[in-house]
Design a protein around this ligand. Sequence first.
Ligand SMILES: Cc1cc2nc3c(=O)[nH]c(=O)nc-3n(C[C@H](O)[C@H](O)[C@H](O)COP(=O)(O)OP(=O)(O)OC[C@H]3O[C@@H](n4cnc5c(N)ncnc54)[C@H](O)[C@@H]3O)c2cc1C
Length: 502
Amino acid sequence: MTNKVYVEAASTLPVYDECDILVVGGGSAGHSAAIAAARAGAKNIILMERYGYMGGDVTGGYVIMVPKLSWYDKSFVRGLQEEWFTRLESIPDAVLGPRLDQIGATDPALINAWSAIHGCVSESAPHRLVRAVYFEPNQLKIEMDKMLLEEKDRIRVLYHSWGTKPIMEGNEVKGVIFESKEGRQAIFAKVVIDATGDGDIFRQTGAPFQTVADSNTRSSTTALVWRIGGINWDLFTEWKKTNPEASAALHKGIAEIAGFRCAPIASNRNDICWINNWHADKDCSKIEDLTQTEIKTRATMRDVLEYLREVCPVAFRNAYLYDIAPQLGARCSRRLQGEYVMTMKDFAFAPKFDDVIAWHSTICLINDCAPVEIPYRAILPKNVENLLCPGRHFSADDIAIDWLTLIPQCIGTGQAAGVAAAVAVMDGSRVRNVNIKKVQDILVEQDVPLPRNEKTDPSYLQCCEEHEYGLYTDAAKKARANPDGLDANFYYENVLPLYIKK
Ligand SMILES: Cc1cc2nc3c(=O)[nH]c(=O)nc-3n(C[C@H](O)[C@H](O)[C@H](O)COP(=O)(O)OP(=O)(O)OC[C@H]3O[C@@H](n4cnc5c(N)ncnc54)[C@H](O)[C@@H]3O)c2cc1C
């Protein structure tokens, strides 16, 4: 980039529309926000998306696996997340994963059957089935449109519209300027929900935020996912079991061939797998990093495919390039520094929040993936009014964000943002002072279990108490013995090895 600048002349923009709630970004967070707001009673919602479909990373980025929806025998992550799968279940081969009525099962035959599919069996003993679902992204695209069409009187969808700038009056967000084939236009709104994943809107409001700072975390990697067809995943699993050394060498070999970490992962079908990848030290809000990720991943696909055919012909003999995700996989870039910033302490101490909006089992091994409470303040920006920021850019520090940008947490914070915006608009209050009890009650009605809510099945809380909120792990005991030492070093020494060991 040069140091030169160009001063753009002020111009008069057409006002495209006015609404109560404007959601910018139709990924898992933004789509959930719009749907939840409509179901909570909001009548005048606009959902703006830069591409021509909903879902973001999950449909366009081919991130086709949702982990850790349950803990022991309870499905903690429900709401719109479970609704996706209930809706897709009737479509042949659209979803794969242990059924809700199987979670927590310890039957060795079931455990053995599901152990080939990553995430479907708990890491800790006694091994039990975990609700983890693999899905077909194009079927989900269709279903996400259908969900919006069911609310067509309340939600107007603008595809191919790129939100570029907040309209500010002092510290109040009043709407958003966007670009499209029709040119530059404005939309006014009572509440704006920034669900762009990269803080495209909040970064220009004066709300504090951070950028990716720790280049060693998962969040500081980008990806371009692609899929391989014509394989046999069952035979690949069998081959890995009977050839552990060759299997370890294969994983190293792919990374060497590609020049970055890559891994074949199961899909919703036995004859297709996806290649997840991790380009280290990249920021998905930087043009150069985005461009390099696209070019470098595509440049290596044929070689990786050839390598798999050679090393494991039993499973990959007839393998072919099935397809390449239409959009780059964005993990993290800008992160809100909101009214509450989630950290490792939220996993090691199981704090309880009066403003809890999601109570999710996660991929964090400090507490054996036990449910943690996510407070409303983590999607609420400091200093700025009329704005909420759910999804992968919500407020967490460098380490904790790695456990919180998963699809369930994006949906969960999105669903809560939508309900909160609806309640604020209907009550004539600000989102900052929204009646949080009302928000929580509506969320529970929308099938989101919340702790200490009288309508949530008490067996959820009993499950947490009986299993000590997962704080029986060595990592949790160490963390609790020295709360002030919970820094990046603690993570590298005590937590990261738990993942690498697997
Ligand atoms: C390669 C990869 C593997 C992953 N693996 C897993 C996994 O196995 N399981 C799991 O649960 N999670 C996984 N994740 C994380 C998870 O997929 C994402 O964090 C989550 O889907 C993000 O949802 P979101 O709605 O916050 O953001 P996004 O999905 O990024 O959605 C943002 C949406 O906003 C749109 N948008 C952006 N900017 C603008 C703008 N200015 N104007 C209008 N629209 C805009 C985008 O097009 C997009 O649709 C993975 C992520 C990646 C990249």
